[in-house]
Design a protein around this ligand. Structure first.
Ligand SMILES: [Zn+2]
Length: 300
């Protein structure tokens, strides 16, 4: 039976599954990323891991296609990793060319956040027509911008860097190296700073349960809202998917965030037509998005 293979490569873990029919994911496995990708001979090692997995679960039968998500910027043609800050040895690698030569099957790569959006589109039954955006507030701010069911690639493949909207006169240094990016004000990294500085006795996962009314956390919500509203005012999307680890924290004030986004959205539109969806955090979402893209590729 023909099948697709999906991988979600993260800084910490690799997740993999296969699918013999649209919408299903089976033989799910999760393993430490360092067991496969160590920074040396990355593509040989990845191909070796995939062959072992095929041997174990499909008696060596090759899939019709492999789709791999990376926590990285990827070139516009989706063939080369530009920069993967959390995984050594991938920067500048022509992943598709090398893996296709090693495996002998079609390989597709995508930014991990776009695979989350493919997964959400399937889960939530979202229509492909028009502009759809996903805003995933995790450690940083992940952003997917889709037009007619496809991610907007941009000239270099890096459109949708919503976490790096600059502000004037900021002294805060972003992980990207620039000063004053939106991520420095409304992201999981910022929330960890707030916890350390202001609520050292509260475990971070209880911050909203115990302190949601404190001004510093109100401000934090306002920061996320302003970032989201900036994109919404530019794109006037059909719908907005809100998700990520921070928004899925216990007692996170999601309604308050939506209200704040509305306040900063241009009136009457796009403000009056905002259509929000909520992405539930599940660790298999990236793999499921990879498999969904694998099935789409078969139809192209
Ligand atoms: Zn930045």
């Amino acid at each position: 039976m023909s099948y697709r293979m999906g991988l979600d490569i993260g800084g910490t873990n690799i997740r993999i599954a296969i699918s013999e029919a649209r919408g299903e994911a089976r033989q799910y496995r999760k393993l430490p990323r360092e067991r496969v990708l160590t920074g040396e001979d990355s593509m040989q090692r990845l191909a070796g891991f995939l062959k072992e997995y095929m041997q174990e679960y499909k008696d060596g039968q090759l899939p019709e296609a492999v789709v791999i998500g990376f926590p990285a910027t990827v070139d516009a043609a989706r063939r080369v990793i530009l920069q993967a800050p959390n995984i050594p040895g991938l920067d500048g690698l022509p992943v598709v060319e090398e893996l296709e030569a090693l495996l002998g099957i079609p390989v597709y790569i995508e930014k991990d956040v776009n695979l989350l959006f493919y997964s959400d589109m399937e889960d939530l039954g979202l229509p492909p027509e028009g502009i759809g955006i996903g805003i995933y507030v995790g450690t940083g701010i992940g952003n997917a911008i889709f037009y007619n069911g496809m991610p907007l690639p941009g000239k270099h493949g890096v459109s949708g860097e919503l976490g790096h909207i600059p502000r004037a006169d900021s002294k805060r240094r972003c992980g990207c190296g620039n000063l004053g990016c939106s991520e420095c004000y409304g992201s999981g990294r910022r929330l960890a700073e707030i916890q350390k500085e202001q609520f050292p006795d509260t475990p971070i996962q209880e911050l909203f349960t115990r302190h949601a009314a404190e001004p510093v956390l109100k401000e934090f919500i306002e920061e996320i809202a302003c970032t989201a509203a900036a994109e919404i005012n530019i794109l006037d999307p059909e719908y907005i998917v809100l998700g990520g680890g921070v928004l899925n924290m216990q007692d996170f004030p999601l309604e308050e965030l939506k209200k704040a986004i509305y306040q900063h959205a241009r009136k009457p539109y796009p403000a009056e037509g905002l259509c929000f969806y909520h992405s539930k955090d599940a660790e298999e979402n990236g793999v499921r998005g990879a498999l969904a893209l694998g099935w789409r590729k078969a139809e192209e």
